[in-house]
Every structure is written in structure tokens, then in C-alpha cells.
Design a protein around this ligand. Structure first.
Ligand code: UTP
Length: 295
């Protein structure tokens, strides 16, 4: 029988160095895009793809994430008492019905592969999704992860979301080699290699793997056996690269727009564009932007 994807891992234990000092005491994943934190967008995307168990890989400074997805009796009681039912619904719907959360600690930020490995016992022997909340992906119709689950259901093998990047940007990403370098939107190609942050001259293509993955559970074996970095870090791309020797992995060029909210400029672009589209403030905000006369 085909395994259904019901579990998603959210690695949220990174240091968020590029956003210091705001990330000194606040998790980067709690940064708001207008009125919702990045992690909530990622959770909503996962739920839209049929995920029912959310596995957060956290660290000691990330309590705000646990609190965000927990109920807040005091706040709810006060909103109910004041008759602010619309806001009460907003607060109650942060975690959709039928969805549960599990938290596991990554004691040291030893890389994304290490963070995923921390979820091994909770994931068990099932295919699962990984979402990096600092990659915010807007799509008109089906969410990026939902598109990927459909691909997984058809191919029954690991799927990486990929997008083309500029030659000058290869050093920021895991770059994949594909058996079809002309990959069109909404299509898949077989991943033949994956290289972490290569120089442009060494990049196997101009397709980058971004923060959405569907992985088969065998990935844990490969993560446990990759060569660790100088401080013991484990890169997810190294685990995937090892897995390629024995397992098919597909690169899927998703429909949707990705904002790199792990960088200040990407975060600001998302804030402006989500602000312009926001149902309550969008119109006024666009007027304000026009008034800036930036030309
Ligand atoms: P990033 O490298 O983008 O996040 O990792 P970071 O390390 O927090 O940020 P900078 O580079 O210092 O500014 C992508 C995702 O993986 C998580 C991060 O929390 C982020 O959501 N991550 C990264 C972990 O959970 N553990 C790690 O050891 C590293």
C-alpha cells in the first residue's frame, strides 16, 4: 500500500545570525509578515497538503514558537469577555483542527541535516515533508507542498522543490544536477547530483534546492553516515547526495513565488508584497507606496 504523507518536520533551531539583534531573544521563524509569523505560513502550507502531525525541531530560545501553537486561556477569556469574537477565532485557529504538534530539541545548531536527524524517532519509517519557514512561498492555487505531495504520490520517491537562480547566486544554495537541464514549470527531472553552495564554475546547473523537501525515511541512514564538518555539523545536501547512489530523487520546479525571508532584503520584499495584498490594509498601503514617488 502507498504510504501517505502525514508528518512534516520544521527545523527551527538555527541561530538566525543574519537577523541579529532581533533574533537574540526572538526566533527568526516568529518574525511577522504583516500579521502572521513566518512559521504560521509554513504550517498552513503543510496543513493544506494533508499534514496532520507537525514536528518542530527547536532549541532553548524558541519557546515563543511552542506558545504560538498552544492555547492561551487568559487571552481567549479576555477576548470572549470583551465580545471580540473575530479575534477570538483568529487566536483559536492558529492551529487548525485535527492537527497535533510534537517538539524535539536540537541541543547544538549542527546544521540542517543534524536538525532533521533529531526528528528520526518521531518520523519513524514513513516518508515525510521538511519545510524551512524562512522560505515563504506564495502560490495562487495549490500550495508548493501540495504540488510536491502529488508528485510524491505518483513517483513514490523523494522530491526536492527547485527553482532557477542567477549564476552569481549559486554559492547561497544547494545546487542540483538534473537529467533535464531545461526543466519547465510544474515538471520534474531526476536529480543526478547535489552540491552545497558551489562556486558558479562548479555548479552542476542553475537549479537550486529550496526549503521544501519530501524525503523517504532511508534519508536518516545516510545522514547518520555522512562525513561531518569541522564542528560536527551535518548538511542535509550531503545526506541527499549519498542517497542518490541507491534511491531516485526528483527535482520539481514548483508553481509559486518564493521569498527568501532568511535575508533582510527577501524579508522586506515579502512584507511589502503581502502588505499590498492584505485584505484590510492593502488598498491604503498601496496608496501610501504611490505617495512615496520613488521614480
Ligand atoms: P538557515 O541557515 O537559513 O538559518 O537554516 P539560520 O542558521 O537560523 O540563519 P543564519 O544563517 O544564522 O542567519 C535554515 C533553517 O534550518 C534551521 C533554521 O532554524 C532555519 O529555519 N536550522 C538550521 C536548524 O534548525 N538547525 C541548524 O543547526 C541549522
Amino acid at each position: 500500500m502507498k504510504a501517505k504523507i502525514t508528518k512534516a518536520v520544521f527545523p527551527v533551531a538555527g541561530l538566525g545570525t543574519r537577523f541579529l539583534p532581533v533574533t537574540k531573544a526572538n526566533p527568526k521563524e516568529m518574525l511577522p509578515i504583516v500579521d502572521k509569523p513566518l512559521i504560521q505560513y509554513a504550517v498552513e502550507e503543510a496543513v493544506s497538503a494533508g499534514i496532520t502531525q507537525l514536528i518542530f525541531v527547536t532549541s532553548s530560545s524558541k519557546h515563543a514558537i511552542e506558545n504560538h501553537f498552544d492555547s492561551n486561556f487568559e487571552l481567549e477569556a479576555k477576548l470572549a469577555e470583551a465580545g471580540k469574537n473575530e479575534w477570538l477565532e483568529v487566536v483559536r485557529n492558529v492551529l487548525p483542527a485535527g492537527v497535533s504538534c510534537v517538539y524535539v530539541r536540537q541541543q547544538n545548531p549542527l546544521g540542517l541535516g543534524h536538525a532533521v536527524l533529531c526528528a528520526k524517532d518521531i518520523v519513524g519509517n514513513e516518508p515525510f515533508a521538511v519545510l524551512l519557514a524562512d522560505d515563504l512561498i506564495e502560490s495562487n492555487d495549490k500550495s508548493c507542498l501540495r504540488q510536491m505531495v502529488e508528485v510524491y504520490n505518483e513517483l513514490q520517491s523523494s522530491v526536492l522543490a527547485v527553482q532557477p537562480v542567477a549564476l552569481s547566486e549559486t554559492e547561497k544554495y544547494g545546487i542540483v544536477g538534473l537529467d533535464n537541464p531545461e526543466l519547465e514549470l510544474g515538471k520534474c527531472a531526476k536529480v543526478t547530483s547535489i552540491v552545497e553552495k558551489p562556486k558558479a564554475k562548479d555548479a552542476p546547473s542553475l537549479f537550486a534546492s529550496i526549503g521544501r523537501y519530501i524525503l523517504v525515511p532511508e534519508i536518516f541512514y545516510f545522514l547518520e553516515n555522512v562525513n561531518r564538518g569541522v564542528i560536527g555539523e551535518i548538511q542535509l545536501t550531503d545526506g541527499i547526495d549519498k542517497m542518490l547512489l541507491t534511491h531516485d530523487v526528483s527535482g520539481y520546479r514548483f508553481h509559486g513565488k518564493r521569498y527568501d525571508c532568511g535575508s533582510k532584503s527577501g524579508y522586506l520584499e515579502a512584507t511589502v508584497e503581502y502588505g499590498m495584498k492584505h485584505k484590510d490594509i492593502g488598498e491604503g498601503f498601496i496608496k501610501y507606496l504611490r505617495g512615496l514617488n520613488l521614480d
